[in-house]
Design a protein around this ligand. Structure first.
Ligand code: HEC
Length: 139
């Protein structure tokens, strides 16, 4: 199990520091997520070391009307996370600020589009994160 985690960290570092052999053209958003994000993010609750992707996607859909606006915002956040830009500032209090990701722009766009597409209105925006949209606890 440990070795799997190390391999994930290592491949994440490699793809961040050197042009990777695989390009965004050959990798799906899901693959980019598995390689670079899944160490900290689960897709659905419960959370790992960061908010799960589906509730985050729901927040983006609430704040941005079009996919292009939402995706631009996600890409900007991945490059330079800042509390003022966060759709979920409370998550920073709980998990700490996300480190900036050193991925090629093309990969950031593909994975940001994938995040946007994980939208699932049945799942809410805070379930499993200990937050209930100001309406009490989710659990
Ligand atoms: C080292 C751990 C880590 C990795 C790796 C990581 N994240 Fe995060 N991410 C976090 C944490 C912690 C937060 C919550 C605090 C924050 O928003 O900065 C977060 C927040 C986010 C948010 C919400 C930002 C907002 O507007 O509130 C998105 C979207 C996101 N991550 C996407 C990704 C994607 C996509 C990847 C991979 C390409 C990724 N993250 C990789 C830790 C990580």
């Amino acid at each position: 199990m440990k070795r799997v985690v190390f391999a994930t960290i290592f491949s994440g570092l490699l793809s961040g520091l050197s042009p990777s052999m695989m390009t965004a053209a050959t990798m799906s958003g899901q693959e980019i997520f598995n390689r670079n994000c899944s160490l900290c993010h689960s897709v659905a609750p419960p959370p790992k070391a960061a908010p799960p992707i589906i509730p985050l996607s729901n927040r983006y859909h609430l704040q941005f009307r079009t996919k292009i606006e939402g995706v631009n915002q996600i890409v900007a956040y991945l490059k330079a996370p800042r509390k003022a830009k966060a759709v979920d500032p409370q998550a920073i209090t709980r998990f700490g600020l996300m480190p900036p990701l050193r991925l090629p722009d093309a990969e950031l766009r593909v994975v940001a589009e994938w995040v946007w597409d994980q939208y699932n209105p049945n799942m809410g925006m805070g379930r499993g994160m200990g937050m209930g949209q100001g309406r009490g606890r989710a659990r």
